[in-house]
Design a protein around this ligand. Structure first.
Ligand SMILES: Nc1ncnc2c1ncn2[C@@H]1O[C@H](COP(=O)(O)OP(=O)(O)OP(=O)(O)O)[C@@H](O)[C@H]1O
Length: 248
C-alpha cells in the first residue's frame, strides 16, 4: 500500500507557490516530515491536499485509488477552537455518526473519552474549548483530526505550541497511530531534531519544489542545513540519530 502525491501546482495571483510538486511514494505506516524555510510552500501543500481531493482527485491516490475527504484528518497551523462547547462535545460533533439515540450518544462519548485518555489529555474532557490554552487547543486539535481514524493524517506544525513533554507525547502518539493503523502521516515540523527522531522520510521544500528527500539519518547534514536555511550547524551523532546543533 502506498500514498502518491503527484504533480501538484498551485499559484496565488500568478505566483507559483507549488511548482509541479511530486512527493516520492509514501509507504503505509510511514511518517513524512516537511521541512523548509518560511514561505517554502509547506502549509500550501497540506491545505491544498484537502482541496485537490475534490477538484483533481487523480493527483492524490492510495494504490491508484483517489482519496476521499473522509480519509483525511487535518490539524491546521495555529489551531484554535471557537466553539463554546466542551472538548467531549466537540469530539462527538466531529464524529461521522448521527447521535440521535441515547445509546449512540453514550457510545460516542465513551469513544471520545478513550481517545482523550490515550492521548493523555483526559483532564481536558469537560473543559470548554474557548477556555483552552494554546497548547491544550493543539492537543485537542490532534484528537479532532484522529477521531474518525483517518488513513492520512495531515499535521501542520503540530508541536508549535507544546512544551517539551507534550511535544514528545503527541509525536509518540502519532507514531503509534500511524504504525498500528497502517496510516500515512504528513507533517510540517520546524524543529529538525524532532523531524529526525519522528520521521521515516523527510521532504525538504524550497520555493515550491522538492529540494531533497530521504531518510533523516542519511539526508540531514550540515550542507543541507546551510543550503536550505543559510544556517551554520554541527551534527553530533547520538546513538543512531544525528543531532543538529546550530551555531550563531
Ligand atoms: N491564500 C494565499 N494568498 C496569497 N499567497 C499565499 C496564500 N497562501 C500562501 N501564500 C503564499 O505562498 C507562499 C507559501 O506559503 P506557505 O504558507 O505554504 O509557506 P510555508 O512553507 O508553510 O511557511 P511557514 O513556515 O512560514 O509556515 C508564501 O509566499 C505565501 O505568502
Amino acid at each position: 500500500m502506498s500514498l502518491n502525491i503527484k504533480n501538484l501546482s498551485v499559484s496565488f495571483s500568478g505566483n507559483l507557490v507549488l511548482d509541479d510538486l511530486t512527493i516520492p511514494e509514501i509507504k503505509t505506516g510511514e511518517m513524512v516530515s516537511l521541512i523548509g524555510k518560511n514561505g517554502a510552500g509547506k502549509s500550501t501543500l497540506l491545505k491544498q491536499m484537502t482541496k485537490l481531493i475534490r477538484l483533481k482527485p487523480q493527483l492524490i491516490t492510495i494504490n491508484g485509488k483517489s482519496l476521499a475527504l473522509d480519509d483525511i484528518g487535518y490539524l491546521p497551523q495555529d489551531h484554535r477552537i471557537s466553539a463554546s462547547i466542551t472538548v467531549v462535545e466537540l469530539l462527538i460533533t466531529t464524529m461521522h455518526v448521527g447521535v440521535n439515540s441515547l445509546f449512540t450518544k453514550a457510545h460516542s462519548a465513551q469513544k471520545a473519552l478513550t481517545l482523550l485518555e490515550d492521548i493523555g489529555i483526559i483532564r481536558l474532557a469537560n473543559k470548554v474549548c474557548t477556555e483552552l490554552s494554546g497548547g491544550e487547543s493543539q492537543m485537542v486539535g490532534l484528537a479532532q483530526a484522529i477521531v474518525n481514524k483517518p488513513k492520512v493524517l495531515i499535521l501542520d506544525e503540530p508541536t508549535s505550541a507544546l512544551d517539551m513533554n507534550n511535544q514528545l507525547k503527541l509525536l509518540e502518539y502519532v507514531k503509534t497511530y500511524t504504525r498500528e493503523n497502517n496510516a500515512y502521516t504528513l507533517m510540517v515540523v520546524h524543529d529538525l531534531n524532532l523531524a529526525i527522531q519522528y520521521s521515516d522520510q523527510v521532504a525538504a521544500l524550497h520555493e515550491g519544489k522538492l529540494f531533497a528527500y530521504g531518510k533523516p539519518q542519511e539526508m540531514i547534514n550540515q550542507q543541507l542545513i546551510l543550503d536550505l536555511f543559510n544556517v551554520n550547524s554541527q551534527i553530533i551523532q547520538l546513538d543512531d540519530y544525528p543531532v543538529v546543533v546550530v551555531r550563531p
